[in-house]
Ligand binder design. Structure first.
Ligand SMILES: Cc1cc2nc3c(=O)[nH]c(=O)nc-3n(C[C@H](O)[C@H](O)[C@H](O)COP(=O)(O)OP(=O)(O)OC[C@H]3O[C@@H](n4cnc5c(N)ncnc54)[C@H](O)[C@@H]3O)c2cc1C
Length: 379
């Protein structure tokens, strides 16, 4: 008998959601997070938008789990007393020649089961959001803003209430086959000795490090196309005097290559306004996520202003101050790539790898976790 049924590597929103789903399904669970708290990775460096689900190819994991995951996150936020602001979102065609692309997005959203989508004429946009300039817009009323880090902590707490051990300051350094189980080795940190234990199943939910963790298990990540490309997205804060000027998230049409949703107007739960994230040049291959400098390049303000003033005509360059940045773990710098949710076979039996969990990974997290526990780890 292994020491534990399921070990999860990584306590971001995805790992915490998997721990919660597995513990509630009655498995013995250990969640290992290398930082001193859960939810401190990419989970705390994003737009905190619970997406509608209209951007992704129909039938993809991203499309399926985004819609389902949003419902699950909303219900959990209510249960846990966490903020959830269903402010809705506008995707704007700034010029008339962008309207066909907006119509295509509408059709994709309908095919993906996104609720209550509607195309708006410019007068309706002005009525709803006088501060937004658009030739047409797609409104997604169910898109919401949430508390991403609070959700990760809340899911970890619920997992613990169902018997999971949630261990922080616990970095996994080796994964090796041990009979029918996996031997998981955890490094010492300043507060405790290292150790190893056996686990019937291991879920790799290591975010920016997911390719490195897969390699620990002996997987050739290059051959599988799992080497992650890290692409920074930076944010600028908009001067507080504009607070309340726009009440919905506002996105331009996304670039056609599927790499990003486009830098947008983000609202936070406190109604502060930010712009971002942009899409920087990928970090050089092999960059170590542990060495990332997170500071935002203040010189990017001009480009942010130039892009956003198209649909936010009141915005001035001096309204922008550098905020924070996050890093996307992408499977290709450009073009659409779906989440990898892989169940190992043969020598890799019992190992589930979640790789390339970029946006909408926050929104999708609880649905992805359900899929892992109900389908990928089912006996
Ligand atoms: C700029 C930006 C904006 C985004 N906006 C949105 C949005 O609005 N909506 C949305 O749905 N998604 C968004 N996303 C995507 C979303 O943030 C991520 O998909 C999601 O947070 C991924 O969560 P995770 O748990 O996989 O990763 P993480 O939060 O990075 O968690 C992984 C954890 O694993 C730990 N770990 C790694 N290696 C080890 C190891 N060896 N041992 C132990 N622990 C380890 C790390 O410390 C980390 O805490 C955005 C992403 C970015 C970068």
């Amino acid at each position: 008998m292994p020491d534990v049924a399921v070990t999860i590597v990584g306590g971001g929103i995805v790992g915490c959601a998997v721990a919660d789903a597995a513990a509630r399904a009655g498995r013995s669970v250990v969640l290992l997070e290398q930082e001193q708290a859960v939810g401190r990775g990419t989970t705390s460096r994003n737009s905190e938008v619970a997406h509608g689900g209209m951007y992704y190819p129909t039938g993809s994991l991203k499309a399926r789990f985004c819609v389902e995951g949003r419902h699950l996150l909303k219900a959990f936020s209510a249960e846990a007393g966490l903020g959830w602001r269903e402010c809705g979102k506008l995707i704007v065609a700034v010029e008339a020649d962008e309207i066909p692309a907006l119509q295509q997005l509408h059709a994709l959203g309908l095919a993906n089961g996104v609720e209550d989508l509607q195309l708006l004429e410019p007068q309706e946009v002005s009525r709803l959001e006088p501060g937004v300039r658009a030739a047409a817009a797609l409104i997604s009323p169910r898109t919401a803003v949430c508390d991403a880090e609070g959700l990760a902590r809340g899911l970890a707490r619920r997992a613990a209430a169902h018997g999971a051990q949630v261990l922080c300051g616990a970095r996994v350094t080796a994964l090796a086959r041990d009979g029918v189980a996996w031997r998981v080795t955890v490094a010492a940190d300043s507060r405790r000795e290292g150790w190893s234990h056996t686990s019937g199943a291991v879920v790799n939910a290591a975010g920016l490090y997911a390719d490195q963790v897969a390699a620990l298990a002996g997987i050739d990540v290059e051959a599988r196309g799992w080497r992650q490309v890290l692409v920074r997205g930076s944010y600028f804060r908009i001067a507080p005097r504009h607070r309340g000027r726009v009440g919905r998230l506002v996105y331009p049409l996304p670039p056609t290559d599927g790499s990003t949703l486009g830098a947008h107007l983000c609202l936070d739960l406190g109604e502060g306004l930010r712009l971002g994230p942009d899409f920087a040049a990928p970090l050089p291959p092999g960059s170590d996520p542990a060495l990332i400098a997170w500071a935002v390049d203040a010189a990017r303000a001009d480009a942010f202003h130039q892009d956003a003033v198209r649909f936010l005509p009141w915005l001035e360059r001096d309204d922008l101050t550098p905020d924070m940045s996050g890093m996307r773990p992408k499977l290709a710098a450009h073009g659409f790539r779906d989440f990898v949710a892989d169940r190992g076979e043969g020598e890799l039996a019992g190992l589930v790898n979640l790789v390339g969990i970029d946006s909408p990974g926050l929104t999708a997290s609880m649905a992805l976790a359900r899929h892992v526990v109900d389908e990928l780890m089912a006996a």
